[in-house]
Design a binder for this molecule. Structure first.
Ligand SMILES: [Mn+2]
Length: 474
């Protein structure tokens, strides 16, 4: 994505801001409908802070992307302006029918693909509407920030929250941010809101004893260490560190020594580039304008992710806004989430021996030991932990309680840049096999009737023909 595209996107953001400003001046009542994940929660905080400042009445609802029937229900509510955050683009038809046709105003701030028809009561900010890649260059939260920064300079400190949301959507790469996110990151540095340095990227630097930080490490998941408190304790003894020390109290030399020891413990997995970047790299820390100054962006993002996954997004939002009680609750949800994920990863790692190699993909039968909603994230974590080779895409299937097969598939940014659109390939193969599916170029999912799984895999394998050889070199 070029600089010109970023400028076009920022200009679109200021047009959406004008639309919002008119409604703010008229004190229209607002309903925020946000995606229930890190990015959606971060986007919500940005808009909520803005509306609160102008004394505009609003309410918030977090959800998965709404189905048409649910959007019809929204049409029964009294609000004058509906703002969709990190969702809405794929539901435009229902939004037209149930909201715009009923003389409601609608703003959609999103980065998912969809359709874009104009309407005088509709304002849309979406990178896809100008042909930009929403999967890597801009998140829902960075788009929300692009809107509010036009309204008043006091909202600039929310740029930190924009980047936390982008990190939640895995839009920070080995080499840093790209596109709109990169412009915002540089602005955050210039404005003095963020400081970046190198270090261990583990979660819990300043709010957990080191032995717990290691035990709960799922990103990366270190086989034989993560989930094993005695082993974690031994590692700390080897370095003469007290288990109760916090990671933030180590000096650089100690932190590096710990990293070396973790690399040694990880063995083969540590040879993967993914593992090394996941363990050690840039750490961004807010230094002004935000109350959670001791937390890294990645830690804030992990807290919100846990809250969203455990269906308590409102706890994440309250923690982000500054509620201390909510913050403590969020850290305990994080522990619960990490413990569940540790069990899921342990379970899947034990099945990795049965990965089936196909021409253009790998296939893992994920059994029924992992909650289907966790499988996709678990695969991403296995990749980041260097436990799955990524020269071709991987597909994991698992049984749902209703007997359907859920398919989670992952590719890498390098493969996607080589032209492999996993989402499109999954969608086509799923539909031909009597199921449904879709997603981004690097992450996709489908549901397939159990009898059709072999057919689905053959179709997918065939459609990926030739794609991985091209991209393996870049
Ligand atoms: Mn998002």
């Amino acid at each position: 994505m070029g600089k010109a595209d970023v400028r076009t996107f920022l200009r679109m953001g200021s047009r959406v801001a004008d639309f919002l400003k008119d409604r703010i001046e008229q004190k229209r009542s607002v309903k925020i409908v946000a995606h229930r994940d890190t990015d959606g929660i971060a986007a919500t905080m940005i808009l909520a802070e803005c509306l609160r400042f102008y004394d505009v009445p609003f309410s918030i609802e977090f959800s998965r992307p709404k189905k048409p029937a649910e959007i019809a229900e929204l049409g029964q509510e009294e609000y004058e302006l509906f703002v969709f955050l990190d969702q809405g683009s794929a539901q435009l038809e229902a939004i037209h029918k149930s909201l715009l046709a009923k003389h409601r105003d609608v703003i959609i701030i999103d980065h998912h693909p969809g359709e874009f028809h104009e309407h005088p009561n509709l304002a849309v900010l979406n990178p896809h509407s100008i042909g930009m890649n929403g999967a890597k260059d801009v998140s829902g939260s960075s788009a929300a920030y692009v809107v509010v920064e036009n309204l008043d300079p006091r909202f600039r400190s929310l740029i930190v929250v924009a980047l936390i949301g982008a990190i939640g959507d895995r839009q920070e790469f080995f080499s840093g941010f790209t596109g709109v996110n990169d412009v915002l990151y540089k602005r955050a540095v210039d404005l003095g809101f963020v400081e970046t340095r190198e270090g261990l990227r583990l979660v819990g630097r300043s709010f957990r004893p080191l032995v717990e930080t290691l035990r709960l490490s799922i990103r990366p998941f270190i086989k034989g260490l993560s989930g094993h408190p005695t082993v974690c304790q031994q590692v700390l003894e080897e370095l003469d560190l007290k288990p109760s020390t916090m990671l933030s109290q180590l000096d650089m030399e100690e932190e590096k020594a710990l990293a070396d020891l973790l690399v040694a413990r990880a063995g083969e997995a540590a040879k993967a580039e993914e593992f090394r970047h996941t363990l050690w790299g840039s750490i961004h820390q807010p230094v002004a304008g935000f109350h959670l100054l001791s937390l890294t962006f990645r830690e804030c993002s992990a807290l919100l992710d846990a809250c969203g996954s455990l269906n308590k997004p409102e706890i994440g939002l309250s923690a982000l806004i500054g509620d201390r009680t909510a913050f403590h609750e969020a850290t305990s949800l994080l522990t619960t989430y990490q413990e569940e994920m540790l069990r899921a990863l342990e379970y899947l790692v034990n099945r990795l021996g049965s990965v089936r190699e196909r021409q253009n993909l790998r296939v893992l039968d994920g059994g029924d030991g992992v909650r289907p909603a966790l499988v996709g994230e678990a695969v991403s974590l296995l990749i980041e932990s260097g436990l799955v080779r990524m020269d071709k895409p991987i597909v994991i299937f698992s049984k749902t309680p209703t007997g359907e097969i859920k398919v989670s598939a992952r590719s890498t940014p390098a493969l996607a840049m080589g032209g492999l659109d996993l989402g499109a390939a999954i969608k086509a193969a799923a539909e031909r096999a009597g199921g449904v599916g879709g997603g981004h170029d690097v992450a996709a999912a489908a549901r397939i009737p159990p009898s059709e799984i072999e057919e689905f895999l053959s179709l997918l394998d065939k459609s990926l023909e030739g794609s991985h050889e091209v991209s393996a070199t870049d």
